[in-house]
Unconditional design. Sequence first.
Length: 363
Amino acid sequence: MRLNAISLFAGAGGMDIGAINAGFNIVAASELDPHACNTYRENHPDTIVIEGDIDQNLEEIAKFKGVDLVIGGPPCQGFSVAGKMDPSDPRSKLVFSFCDVVEMVKPKAFIMENVKSLGSLAKFQDVREEIYRRMESAGYQVTMNILNAKDFGVPQSRERVFFTGIVKGFRPISSECYEPFRTESISLRQAISHLGRAGSESNPNKTKAKITLAANPVLRKSPYAGMLFNGQGRPLNPDAWSSTLPASMGGNRTPIIDEEHLYDDEPSWVEDHHQKLMTGACKAEYKDAPPRLRRLTIDEAAILQTFPTDYKFMGPQTRVFSQIGNAVPCKLAQVVTLAIKNSLTNSPMKGIIKKAQQELELV
């Protein structure tokens, strides 16, 4: 059974891919950024793209009244620990623009995604309560769950909050609805090593941002935490999942890969350097990192967000990185929309476990 959905704050379409794979037809998508709109049109030619400020396009969006599902991840800068965490930031108000659309379109269900802090910090309690109040007044059973992408087959640790609502008469989306889809994540090495070295034919989109060692490093117990390099790009451990990819990738905030550790089974330069700094065996100084260290590429970042390998991104490199970093991992979105679909189609929880792995098509 294929159901219809509209997508708000669609970006490059990461959440939409998950919804499509779960069995939804995205009939329209709203997005402000022109580069993301071009990416969306390139990959979803049959979907109507409503480009521009969502609050200025409500009349156009209202034409889709009665769809089964509304999905979207309003901009999170006002709630993010990577930003100023200011609930008065104009971008923070866009969660209520999402509510405006739900109240106007009246879908059977909705999914609103955002950063973990919106769902966990006391300073945002008033925002959470207002979302609940408005959506419950509109006739929805509202639940909130914080999920980590690495628990659902995504090779990246990325915690996000999902507000889900479904009209009365259907099963609310509780945490147990996600349990059948839990699976161990694969490592970074398993996810990206098949692409080959950066700049090769199969991994051509090399990131040129320079890597320099920090003269005043911030040391942590793990060599993959702290700040060993200038900028906020941290090294990634090939034998674990990736840390959260930021939307600010493209420059010195782009994560770092040790190619010889990844491809040649050489000992990790990062781990060795960290150990020497921790023990005082070497002095920290500002200088270029060895050439074996380089930045994550666009193609690798897209894999870590579980975009399809043939997905085409439009725009300059920095804007493509932003589109990838802003996206909801496709497979995590698929899990959440599958939970909604199971409720809308009255699929009982018994038996879902057996078919979950087949539907999810895990990495």
